[in-house]
Design a protein around this ligand. Structure first.
Ligand SMILES: C[S@@+](CC[C@H](N)C(=O)[O-])C[C@H]1O[C@@H](n2cnc3c(N)ncnc32)[C@H](O)[C@@H]1O
Length: 502
């Protein structure tokens, strides 16, 4: 049974500064025809009617209970039309968008990632083939751009993931070519009462429909961020906020049309113009999943973090000779069939050997056949490379994969030229790399596709050798003492900073 919350993904805009800011963005005029595509309990409508009780407003809402609330609140307003319908599929709205849009103003806080019945998702995929059908807010935004008339303005509060996520590339393309962005405000999701997405921040995007794509691409707009408090939305000229100006054409020309929001021009230049990216000089791949770690994964000691539900590995079942086994991808015969595996967790340079995977012939047959298992990118298993955890805490980190298996929470980075391995290990652990990846993708995730886009500058041979030796030194020290000399690390990082000028 899907909960009401999951079904409708309703996070209500119970924040006066947010509502006021968005309504102001619309510059409402007395004769405006206004649309609210997901009415909820009507906070935007109340505020609009406070300003103009005769405003012509159409509301759509899918949830019968919310429709009742809306009817109770607004029944005495003949100018407010409430319909119980699905905004994304409704045929009346289809007609309106086919006519090139009819609304002067649209305001919304659409559902984020609303759960869709399988059947509905298939229909949505057909209706919006180039969009990311799983993420409902993107579909609402697209739908509403189509429903605006030429010159009409829309203001939406939505997660900021559409600015960078791969999956939203076509949505960005549409926004950049069919609308002029008036402004974009970025702030923490905790500003929304009762909401805190671990994975993303929130944004308010205000845009104007314009069918002339040359004019759209010429348009410049501001991005405002650096908010400490939601009340600052009532004065966005506040000099403590950060304001950036962007041209739509520049955003359009960024890789995947991503909105790269940074004050540092060098970062932008590198991301756009560097001759090489990590993806050119290294293979970046996601690792293995057994499908049922509780059954197949074992741990060396109960002291290891998150090991409570795992069996302890028997030392005599650990295989130490697997590197010489040319048939290793088909599994190991006999009792010594546990092999070390590198898992996620943000540890720099070298991880303790803690986890072991059942690599027997029968287990392998299971991994290859099981639906939940991921026997993916096997040619990279047991190779020498670098592991970057998919989820970073504050900074991206990397540690060696010393001829081990690595799991799906790790992106394995395998340089085409092995001489680059230690240099890259140092680079991934540097603030320079962190700034680059956080501009490419501001969330704390580092999937392979983003890692591939990080600019790579080939170091001079002497520098390559110097950093390689220093990094090997750090690793030897960790192996011996469990710790390393931070001044060596700082020295490496300052060299990398000079190379990248970031
Ligand atoms: C996030 S709430 C926002 C409500 C209100 N606009 C606000 O800001 O408080 C989203 C609303 O959209 C409704 N909704 C979800 N999917 C919908 C759909 N496909 N069509 C119309 N309404 C939908 C939900 O029932 C919910 O009331």
């Amino acid at each position: 049974m899907v909960s009401e919350k999951k079904k409708y993904q309703a996070y209500y805009t119970k924040s006066t500064p947010i509502v006021e800011y968005m309504i102001n963005q619309l510059s409402l005029q007395p004769l405006d025809k206004i649309f609210e595509p997901c009415g909820g309990d009507g906070v935007f409508i109340e505020s609009i009617l406070d300003k103009n009780e005769f405003a012509q407003i159409d509301i759509c809402e899918l949830n019968t209970d919310s429709v009742k609330i809306l009817n109770n609140k607004f029944s005495e307003f003949p100018n407010v039309k409430i319909r119980e319908c699905d905004t994304l599929l409704d045929s009346e709205l289809n007609l309106k968008s086919r006519f090139g849009g009819v609304y002067d103003k649209i305001i919304a806080n659409p559902p984020y990632g609303a759960w869709q019945e399988h059947e509905k998702r298939t229909t949505l995929k057909k209706m919006y083939p180039s969009l990311y059908a799983k993420e409902s807010y993107g579909l609402f935004l697209y739908r509403c751009i189509e429903l605006l008339k030429e010159g009409g303005v829309l203001s939406f509060i939505i997660p900021d993931t559409f600015l960078n996520l791969h999956m939203h590339k076509e949505l960005r393309n549409h926004i950049l070519n069919r609308t002029q962005i008036l402004d974009l405000v970025l702030f923490p999701s905790s500003f929304f009462p009762g909401v805190n997405f671990g994975y993303a921040n929130l944004s308010i995007i205000t845009l104007k429909k314009n069918n002339n794509n040359t004019e759209c691409l010429k348009n410049s707009f501001t991005v405002i961020s650096g908010f400490d408090d939601v009340s600052q939305l009532s004065n966005v000229d506040n000099k403590f906020l950060k304001t950036y100006s962007f041209n739509q054409k520049d955003i359009y020309n960024n890789p995947d049309h991503a909105f790269l929001v940074t004050e540092n021009n060098n970062i932008l230049k590198l991301i756009n113009q560097s001759k090489f990216k990590i993806g050119d000089i290294a293979d970046c791949v996601t690792g293995f999943y057994s499908g049922n770690d509780k059954e197949f994964l074992q741990v060396i000691s109960p002291e290891i973090k998150n090991s409570k539900n795992y069996k302890l590995v028997k030392i005599e079942t650990i295989n130490r000779d697997y590197k010489n086994n040319s048939n290793i991808l088909n599994g190991i015969l006999g009792d010594q069939h546990f092999v070390p595996i590198v898992k996620g967790g943000n540890i720099k340079y070298l991880k303790q050997e803690s986890w072991f995977m059942n690599w027997s012939n029968t287990a392998i047959q299971h991994y290859k056949a099981d639906k939940k298992a991921r026997f993916q990118n096997p040619k990279y298993y047991f190779r020498f490379g670098i592991g970057v955890p998919m989820i970073s805490s504050s900074n991206i980190t990397a540690s060696l994969i010393e001829h081990k298996l690595f799991d799906q929470s790790i992106v394995g980075v395998f340089p085409k030229d092995e001489n680059l391995t230690y240099y890259l290990l140092a680079f991934f652990n540097s603030p320079t790399c962190n700034k680059l990846i956080r501009t490419i993708n501001p969330s704390a995730n580092n999937p392979a596709n983003y890692i591939k886009k990080i600019p790579f500058i080939t170091p001079k041979k002497t520098i390559l050798e110097f950093i390689t030796e220093k990094t090997k030194g750090i690793i030897d020290e960790i192996r011996e003492t469990g710790n390393y000399n931070k001044s060596d690390e700082l020295e490496i990082q300052s060299i990398i900073e000079k190379i990248y000028k970031v």
